[in-house]
Design a protein around this ligand. Structure first.
Ligand SMILES: [Zn+2]
Length: 249
């Protein structure tokens, strides 16, 4: 039975992922995300409903617009696929529960933040507000003391803020992101999130230097790594934290 639900969550995620593509594309261009059907960015032809099947349409159409034959970016299909996987993973970890519902909303917001941050180096306050609301909802369900959540809000964001004041190197969006994420996660999982973000961000930075690609500034944005850290910490954070303590005691 669980496999059926996994597939349903995957399909549901990939359908929503197709909507997230619209949000990621249109928000930075100040276009409405509700008005106007999907159209080819090259020839403006409206995309037929039967060509909007998540993931599959890309392969059916051979990655090209049906009318002008301009190639589409593979990224759209990839985001649909990733959203589907993340929804299924959330269900796999938390089953039929409030955690799963909050988790799929959380991962959706984090995915959109990540892609827009990669494209524009900006994190919109709208998404920080959604994270704040989500954090408040989650606090009522998490089973952690309220104090853990409140400390989570400050534990990384305050050092980030001080670092930003001193060096000017840390973006305001990143500070708010780890504050909201921290409020949701509680302080233990927030440390795990930060650890994961630093390790992955650091590894990619080293890789870019080795490949002599450090000019690609978009890959150095810290937001995407924070998003990754926050989500892994949401799924496994408190387990990882306890495991770490046991390992070193
Ligand atoms: Zn076209």
């Amino acid at each position: 039975m669980q496999y059926t639900f996994l597939i349903i969550f995957f399909i549901f995620g990939s359908i929503l992922g197709s909507f997230y593509n619209v949000v990621i594309y249109r928000l930075p261009r100040k276009e409405s995300i509700v008005v106007g059907s999907s159209h080819c960015p090259n020839c403006n032809t409206n995309i037929k409903p039967y060509d909007l099947i998540p993931i599959l349409s890309y392969f059916i159409l051979g990655g090209k617009c049906r009318s002008c034959k301009q190639p589409y970016s593979f990224r759209y299909a990839l985001i649909e696929f990733i959203t589907g996987c993340l929804f299924a993973l959330t269900y796999l970890v938390y089953g039929y529960s409030w955690f799963t519902l909050i988790g799929i909303i959380l991962v959706s917001v984090l995915l959109i933040i990540t892609m827009i941050d990669i494209d524009t180096m900006e994190i919109y306050d709208t998404f920080q507000v959604i994270l704040l609301v989500l954090a408040i909802l989650f606090i009522t369900q998490s089973g952690l003391p309220l104090g853990d959540h409140l400390i989570g809000f400050f534990i990384i964001s305050v050092p980030f803020y001080i670092l930003a004041l001193i060096t000017g190197g840390m973006g305001g969006g990143d500070i708010k992101l780890i504050a909201m994420g921290g409020l949701l996660l509680g302080w233990k999982a927030t440390l795990v999130a930060f650890f994961i973000a630093s390790i992955t961000g650091g590894l990619v930075a080293i890789l870019l230097v080795l490949l002599k690609q450090q000019g690609r500034k978009s890959l150095i944005a810290f937001g995407p790594y924070l998003c990754l850290g926050i989500y892994i910490a949401f799924l496994y954070g408190n387990t990882l934290f306890d495991w770490y303590l046991k390992f070193y005691s």
